[in-house]
Design a protein around this ligand. Structure first.
Ligand SMILES: [Zn+2]
Length: 80
């Protein structure tokens, strides 16, 4: 099965949208980590899409280990 790696331009996290969970595949332009988005001070509304640029970039460490969708952590390419 081909991977479909998507990246949320707001929080910067990536996920594999080919994995079926209750959150993925995502409807277009949605982020499965939206719930964990942190907004800059004064931007507490989670009305997605209206605050592009106001989401603080997340680290994969910000997503709990038991969350259904796993953020993809890019590993440095290994050359042999
Ligand atoms: Zn996001």
């Amino acid at each position: 099965m081909a991977e479909r790696i998507y990246t949320d331009g707001n929080c910067g996290l990536s996920w594999d949208d080919s994995i079926i969970t209750s959150m993925t595949p995502t409807p277009s332009a949605r982020c499965p980590f939206e719930h964990f988005h942190k907004y800059r001070e004064g931007w507490t509304d989670v009305n997605y899409g209206s605050f592009a640029g106001e989401v603080i970039p997340l680290s994969p460490d910000d997503i709990p280990d038991d969350y259904e969708v796993r953020p993809i952590v890019y590993k440095p390419e290994v050359t042999t």
